[in-house]
Design a protein around this ligand. Structure first.
Ligand code: NAD
Length: 504
């Protein structure tokens, strides 16, 4: 037995979680969750239609007044219990995530699941610590203070690459701040979002606070983003779909939060620790089979280290073990789907006409050929303006380019439309300090690439979107600030009335 997770019996009632109950969708269209390591269907369900979105939004709107009115301490207590329930179910969450995504169980066990539990624990604490400006007599005659209030029903749309963590990043800050939420996971990967919502109920979080609609983007997603009773659209996914969601949300004047694509640069200066940079690049490029919005995708290496870096990366990539995601020794699982594998292969095939594929560049042969696997791939010799350097590939592909001066390396790092994450590698504090100032990205790592923290914000610059996930900064997204002003004079005719009444 590869795993014990039985999706069909677990979600026999359906894949819509509305007001604390599972139910089938009503779109009339079925969808299969497929294990990409084998191509086998593991769960078939009816997709959400617009009526299911309406029902979920209604449930969230009904739950809002009581949840928003709970004290921070009450919300915090329930969220601490939520973190504990998630921790108790860690093994099942890891199995389900590996099954629907093809993630090595090593990754889901050591990264996705503990990261989610830690996020829940963080937001349980943070719920009691919403901050604002201090109250004061700023005019002299009044006392002003700030109320930080929840926004209402949040409509959230998530991608398939880290389904559980994306559910956590969207749901936790929203509910910690007193909002209620309807989350639409990607149709390929609804399982752990459903488990997450059920765990919230098991922890005592009231029905309707967390709802899941498992539906397609074009109908359920667009309906949710434009729903008149949804006060905020919070989206994580690709930049083109994010633009569409923004159009819909803007036309209905909603708060908008966009976490979009990335094309992270990895800048290696000539005084860097070569071994550290090579290991960092391979790990940073291959994590989650490269389906990570912050993955290292473009390595710029200063000329003196370039040849050794390329050779080191090629050698290390050759040692990475592709295999069954449920084998604890597996380093690299399949891509999410055959379609995604073919998309990645398309980028690499087109690059052959203008660049060199040093290693990889094809699906593995033999036993793994039936899964959606693709070999770790290293490409060199591409021009900066070529497709493989500029476009988000979302697969196990690293492009390496040389540079000469520090100015050039930093300029190349900034030369894509994206700005989600980046890293710089050097032993010189002034060089790395300059990189942190000049690289346009929401996160810059120095001498590492990938680690994230519940306490620190994650979010993009430029075409990678705006708004922050995780950390106390996410409360800026999920709360609205109200200025309250009290007159302290008790004077009927205020001085400023002169501007309207003159001396009368
Ligand atoms: P995607 O944009 O194709 O889909 C994301 C979600 O949007 C899915 O739930 C999908 O069903 C939905 N959707 C699709 N069309 C829609 C529409 N017209 N209206 C409303 N919703 C619609 O992205 P994906 O392929 O699932 O995920 C990969 C992308 O996500 C990559 O670009 C990656 O960089 C990005 N991502 C970004 C972050 C971040 O934090 N910035 C994190 C993870 C993934």
């Amino acid at each position: 037995m590869r795993h014990s997770f039985q999706a069909e019996s677990r979600f026999a009632e359906g894949a819509q979680y509305i007001a604390g109950d599972l139910r089938p969708g009503t779109s009339g269209r079925r969808h299969a969750v497929v294990d990409p390591a084998t191509g086998h269907s593991v769960y078939a369900y009816e997709l959400a239609g617009t009526a299911d979105v309406d029902a979920a939004v209604e449930a969230a709107a009904r739950a809002f007044p009581a949840w928003a009115g709970a004290t921070p301490g009450e919300r915090s207590d329930l969220m601490h219990r939520f973190a504990a329930v998630l921790a108790e179910q860690s093994e099942e969450f890891a199995d389900a995530e590996s099954l629907q995504c093809g993630k090595p169980v090593k990754l889901s066990t050591e990264f996705d699941v503990p990261g989610t539990v830690d996020n829940a624990a963080f937001f349980a604490g943070a719920a009691r610590h919403l901050e604002g400006m201090s109250a004061g007599e700023y005019s002299g005659d009044h006392t002003s203070y700030i109320r930080r209030e929840p926004i209402g029903v949040v409509g959230s749309i998530a991608p398939w690459n880290y389904p559980l963590q994306m559910a956590a990043w969207k749901v936790l800050p929203a509910i910690a701040a007193g909002n209620t939420i309807v989350l639409k996971p990607a149709e390929l990967t609804p399982l752990t979002s459903l488990m997450f919502a059920r765990a919230a109920t098991e922890a005592g979080i009231p029905d309707g606070v967390v709802n899941i609609v498992s539906g397609a983007g074009r109908d359920a997603g667009e309906h949710l983003a434009g729903h008149p009773d949804v006060a905020m659209a919070s989206f994580t996914g690709s930049t083109p779909v994010g633009k569409r969601v923004a159009e819909i949300a803007t036309s209905t004047v909603k708060r908008l939060h966009l976490e979009l694509g990335g094309k992270a640069p990895f800048v290696v200066f000539d005084d860097a620790d070569l071994e550290a940079a090579v290991h960092g690049a391979v790990a940073g490029a291959l994590i989650n089979t490269g389906q990570d919005c912050t993955a290292a995708t473009r390595a710029y290496v200063q000329r003196p280290l370039y040849a050794a870096f390329v050779a080191g990366v090629a050698d290390l990539m050759a040692t990475v073990r592709l295999g069954d995601p449920f084998d604890p020794a597996t380093d690299l699982g399949p891509l999410i789907s055959y379609r995604q594998r073919d998309r990645v292969a398309g980028f690499v095939e087109r690059a052959r006409s203008y660049a060199t594929v040093v290693t990889g560049g094809r699906a593995p042969r033999g036993e793994l050929a039936t899964g959606a696997y693709y070999l770790p791939t290293l490409v060199t010799g591409a021009a900066q303006d070529s497709e493989i350097v500029q476009s988000e590939i979302f697969g196990p592909v690293l492009v390496v380019l040389p540079f000469d001066s520090d100015d050039e390396g930093l300029a190349l790092a900034n030369d894509t439309p994206y700005g989600l994450a980046a890293s710089a590698w050097s032993r010189d504090v002034y060089r790395t300090g300059r990189a942190t100032r000049e690289i346009k990205a929401g996160c810059v790592w120095i001498n590492d690439h990938i680690p994230i923290l519940s306490e620190m914000p994650h979010g993009g610059y430029r075409a990678s979107g705006f708004g922050k996930d995780m950390s106390a900064y996410s409360f800026e997204e999920y709360t609205q600030v109200k200025h309250v002003m009290f007159d302290n004079t008790a004077v009927a005719r205020k001085d400023w009335h002169r501007t309207v009444f003159g001396d009368r």
